[in-house]
Design a protein around this ligand. Structure first.
Ligand code: NAI
Length: 283
């Protein structure tokens, strides 16, 4: 199962980062999105990141050109005919993902592995949209992709050892650290992170401490680089609420009940950094 050519679907925040690290590792990468303008935006982010590396003396200008030459823009899913691995990083929506996987199953050669970068949707359910569930797997990269070392590799119910091994090897080639995880709500990362954030919101809601105090306790007392409320603002409060709902529904346990204050902020449109206001204000 050798992987040489990859397609990344979605040239957004995650997809462009994934395409960049794959191209830097020497893979030929089709970067696919719905429209040319989305591809242009993703490619310009990649170019900016690489230029910064060159300016800092961490990369030669010729190497940057080589990396850029590994990227092939694509607005047609038919290009997936050419690839050994697809990493899907389109929007977090089960309908969109199952439609993409169903199409990929028709288009790609029989050996092609189909991976999803989903942060919360069940891999097993995505796999069920294909006739090759044994070749479907989760590759959960962290944001920002070029910086963060971890990739959670999620085994769907039918994923074979051979496919798992190929993806683990490939992740190491990307200079990332793979961690093996079974397919349960929130995997490991969000199952632990989101209840912590939710508990921080409850602590604020119940008036136990101010938002600054809550963040200071976790930063200075637990050595977290960022307090949980600040982190929630960076992730997006809508995303935090969405993942808490998946945990609550998936486990059926009220310990995952989203805090009413989190719901209220989301209803108000206070989604964090991206809207200029969440727990804190952003200029
Ligand atoms: P984004 O909104 O920045 O990018 C999504 C891109 O997918 C957009 O450019 C959009 O045009 C494109 N797209 C949508 N439907 C498509 C289709 N049918 N075919 C091709 N392209 C399509 O979203 P982001 O943040 O990059 O998230 C992508 C995925 O990564 C989601 O599943 C998300 O849950 C997951 N994720 C996000 C993280 C984050 O911190 N933002 C962290 C880890 C995973």
């Amino acid at each position: 199962m050798s992987i040489n050519t990859v397609m990344v679907i979605g040239a957004g925040q995650m997809g462009s980062g994934i395409a960049q690290v794959c191209a830097q590792a020497g893979f030929s990468v089709y970067l696919n999105d719905l429209k040319q303008e989305f591809l242009d935006r993703g490619l310009s982010v990649i170019k900016k990141n690489l230029t910064r590396q060159v300016d800092k003396g961490r990369m030669q200008a010729e190497e940057m050109e080589k990396v850029l030459a590994n990227l092939i823009p694509s607005t047609s899913l038919e290009d997936a005919k050419q690839v050994d691995l697809v990493i899907e990083a389109a929007v977090e929506n089960m309908e969109v993902k199952t439609k993409i996987f169903n199409q990929l199953d028709e288009i790609t050669p029989a050996h092609t592995i189909l991976a999803s970068n989903t942060s919360s949707l069940p891999i097993t359910e995505i796999a069920a949209a294909t006739k090759r569930p044994e070749k479907v797997i989760g590759m959960h990269f962290m944001n920002p992709v070029p910086v963060m070392k971890l990739v959670e590799i999620i085994r769907g119910l039918a994923t074979t050892d051979e496919v798992y091994q190929a993806i683990e090897d490939m992740t190491k080639q990307l200079n990332k650290v793979p961690v093996e995880v079974e397919d349960f709500p929130g995997f490991v990362s969000n199952r632990i992170l989101m209840p912590m954030i939710n508990e921080a919101v409850y602590t604020l809601y119940e008036g136990v401490a101010t938002k600054e105090a809550i963040d200071d306790v976790m930063k200075l007392g637990m050595n977290h680089p960022m307090g949980p409320l600040t982190l929630a603002d960076f992730i997006g409060l809508d995303t935090c609420l969405y993942i808490m709902e998946i945990l609550h529904e998936g486990f059926g346990d009220d310990k995952y009940r989203p805090c009413p204050l989190l719901r209220k902020y989301v209803k108000a449109g206070w989604l964090g950094k991206k809207t200029g206001k969440g727990f804190y204000e952003y200029a």
